[in-house]
Design a protein around this ligand. Sequence first.
Ligand code: R5P
Length: 294
Amino acid sequence: MSTILFGFGDSVAATRRLGRALNVPALEVEVHRFPDGECLVRIPSTARTVLFYRSLNDPDHKIIELLFAASAARDGGAERVILIAPYFCYMRQDMAFRSGEAVSQKVIGSLVASHFDGLITVDPHLHRVASLNEVVRGITAISVSAAPLLATLIDDRDAPVIVGPDGESRQWIEAIAAPLALETLVASKRRLGDRHVGLAIAGADRVKGRRAIVVDDMISSGRTLVEAARLLHDAGCLSVEAVVTHCLAGPHDLAWMAASGIASIASSDSVDGSTNRAELAPLICRALRENELA
Ligand code: R5P
């Protein structure tokens, strides 16, 4: 067999979807957890090219399992081991904000580069670092844009305003709004704590009497989205919807966002959950093939 795709318990459905798109077998990595918290990882088969599919939300235990699985694939004779991580973790800590802090992005980048021959991810959160290749050095590292997929989630009836909650979101809102000829607004944001952000939206009065659709790479705690919604409602918008690549929020935070004025949240299936409205498999399949990784 030349190529095989593996997922884990948390990514079985998405792994199968990608397996069908690639027309390769999709199997599950076996993970046993011992009473002391350690894990035993087994891959039930191997191939020349082994692809591992796993989004790295809630990353700490997932990473160690992935490293064990990659090692098992190499021990089994794999010549290429590729990581497909639609959500790629620890990208926001790209510098030491206070002396003594670890630069998590750098550590994760070199860990992945030293255990995999290729990485495919979707809309990684790159801020002060311009490209994924600067984070994951020396291997093929591909960043796929979900913008074309997110554009399919925009209900553009009655010309809603597309809102980016911070400067980094400009790339997504422009890619989505331009083909649909929709107006955009970009907020400026200051993060004041894990669950505390300050936003300002210049020109917010343009949403008066209109729907606002906030587009972002990710929802984590939901604070950014709720603060944007508060300002947009204050400016007289009809409703606030959200369209994002990665929705990391759990049921509790999703319920809080709904109660805080968010009419709907639509995300890709990067992280399995109730907000999933669009599948990444076709985009990832194309990126794998174009880069000769599968
Ligand atoms: C960061 O700048 C990202 O683009 C998101 O806006 C942010 O991570 C969302 O986090 P939260 O949902 O916790 O406000």
